[in-house]
Design a protein around this ligand. Structure first.
Ligand SMILES: [Zn+2]
Length: 383
C-alpha cells in the first residue's frame, strides 16, 4: 500500500515525485504545477505528494500522517478547492499566511490550490510574492488544466508535472483489479465515464449512479416540444442535485472514516474531546465543498449530453468510432438518420455555451431551459 495507489496511468509523474520525496532526485522545489485534463487526477496527485512529503516512510499510505492527509485533516496541509468562478484575493492571502507559519506536526507546510487557473491577475500577484520568497519548509502545489492557463510569471516559478488521461482499458483494468468489478460492467463504466476515473468507479459501484446517468440521457434525448423542454430542464436539474448530494455524502463519509482510523478509532467510537477540533475542521471543509458539488453535477449532465450528441455526429459522419453510449444505439441510429450533421454540431455548440453560462453564474434552471429548447428533436432529413 502506498499513497500513490489511487493514481492511474501516471507512472512517469509518480516516479518523478517519489524520487524527490526519497531524496534520490535533488530537484526539490517549493512550487509545483500539476497540469492535466479534468479527470486525470491532478488533485489526487497533489494530495498524494503532500502525504508522501509528510510521511516518515516516503508515503506508506497507512501511518497516521498519511491517513490525515488523505482524509483532508492534516494540520499542516491545506487545500483550496473553490466553489466560485474566481478565487478571491482574501482566500489567497489566508493561504499565504498559513504558509508562513511553521509546521505544527509535519515536516512541511503544504498548500494545494485546485483550479489555480481561476485567479485574477491581482490575486496571482499575491501568490507570486509568496512563491518568490518561499519559507524554508513550505511547498506550494498548483493544479490547472494546462500551464498556459497561468500567468508566465507564476509558471516560471514552478516545476511542471503533466498528467495524461488514462485509456478506457486502463480504467477498466483498475476497476476489475482493485474494486472487484466484473469485466463487462468495468468496460461499460469506463467507456461511459470517458476516461474520468472517479466517475467510472461510481458508475461501476453504484446502481443509483448508473440509473441517474440513464435518466439524464433519456430526458435529453426525448424532448419533442417546447413544454417538454421546460419539463426536461427541471428534471435534469433535479437529477444533478441528487447526483451532487450522493457524491458529497459518499466523500464526506469516506473522509470521516479515514480521520477516525487515523486516530485509531472505530466507526462507532465516541470522538474524544481532545481531537474534536480536527473533526470540526473537516466538517467545515466539507460544507464548503458541497456548494461546489451542484455545479459539478450540472457539468456531468453536459458531459453526458455531449457524449450522446457526439455519438450521433460520429454516426452521421461515418467515423466508425466506438459509441460511448452503445446501450442507446438504436435511438442514436434513428436520430443520426433523421437529423443533419449540422444540427448535431449546433447542439454541441449549444452545450458549450451552456457550460460557459454556468461558469459565469447564470441561474442553473435558465441555462438548462435554454439548452433543452435546442435539443428538441426535429426531423430535418427526409427518412
Ligand atoms: Zn505514511
Amino acid at each position: 500500500m502506498s499513497v500513490w495507489d489511487e493514481l492511474l496511468g501516471q507512472p512517469e509523474a509518480i516516479e518523478q515525485l517519489s524520487k524527490i520525496v526519497s531524496g534520490k532526485d535533488d530537484g526539490f522545489q517549493h512550487s509545483w504545477l500539476f497540469t492535466g485534463p479534468a479527470g486525470s487526477g491532478r488533485s489526487t496527485l497533489a494530495r498524494s505528494f503532500a502525504a508522501a512529503l509528510q510521511c516518515e516512510d516516503d508515503g506508506c499510505g497507512s501511518c497516521q500522517s498519511c491517513q490525515l492527509v488523505t482524509s483532508g485533516a492534516h494540520p499542516d496541509v491545506r487545500l483550496l478547492a473553490t466553489d466560485r468562478v474566481i478565487i478571491s484575493i482574501e482566500e489567497v492571502r489566508s493561504l499565504v499566511q498559513f504558509a508562513e507559519m511553521s509546521s505544527s506536526v509535519g515536516a512541511y507546510r503544504v498548500v494545494i490550490i485546485e483550479d489555480a487557473d481561476r485567479m485574477a491577475e491581482r490575486t496571482s500577484n499575491v501568490l507570486l510574492k509568496a512563491l518568490e520568497e518561499p519559507q524554508e519548509k513550505t511547498v506550494w502545489i498548483l493544479c490547472a488544466p494546462s500551464a498556459a492557463d497561468l500567468l508566465p510569471t507564476i509558471r516560471s516559478r514552478t516545476r511542471n508535472i503533466s498528467l495524461r488521461l488514462p485509456t478506457n482499458e486502463e480504467v477498466a483494468r483498475l476497476l476489475i483489479q482493485r474494486d472487484g468489478v466484473d469485466q463487462e460492467l468495468a468496460r461499460s463504466s469506463a467507456r461511459q465515464a470517458q476516461q474520468h476515473v472517479g466517475m467510472a468507479r461510481r458508475l461501476a459501484l453504484s446502481a443509483e449512479a448508473r440509473s441517474r446517468r440513464n435518466e439524464t440521457l433519456r430526458e435529453l434525448s426525448s424532448i419533442s416540444n417546447l413544454s417538454g423542454a421546460m419539463l426536461a430542464a427541471e428534471r435534469l436539474l433535479a437529477v444533478a442535485k441528487k447526483d451532487a448530494e450522493a457524491i458529497s455524502s459518499e466523500k464526506d463519509e469516506a473522509e470521516k472514516a479515514g480521520l477516525m482510523r487515523a486516530f485509531g478509532l472505530s466507526a462507532d467510537d465516541k470522538i474524544p474531546p481532545a481531537i474534536r477540533k480536527e473533526f470540526k475542521e473537516l466538517e467545515e471543509n466539507q460544507k464548503r465543498r458541497s456548494t461546489r458539488a451542484l455545479r459539478d453535477g450540472i457539468d456531468r449532465v453536459f458531459t453526458d449530453a455531449e457524449s450522446y450528441f457526439r455519438d450521433v455526429l460520429s454516426m452521421q459522419l461515418g467515423t466508425g468510432a466506438e459509441l460511448v453510449n452503445q446501450e442507446l444505439k438504436s435511438e442514436i441510429v434513428t436520430r443520426a438518420s433523421q437529423t443533419s450533421a449540422q444540427q448535431s454540431v449546433d447542439i454541441l455548440d449549444a452545450i458549450k455555451v451552456a457550460r460557459n453560462r454556468i461558469d459565469s453564474n447564470v441561474r442553473d434552471l435558465l441555462v438548462l431551459e435554454a439548452l433543452c429548447t435546442r435539443l428538441i428533436f426535429r426531423s430535418e432529413v427526409a427518412a
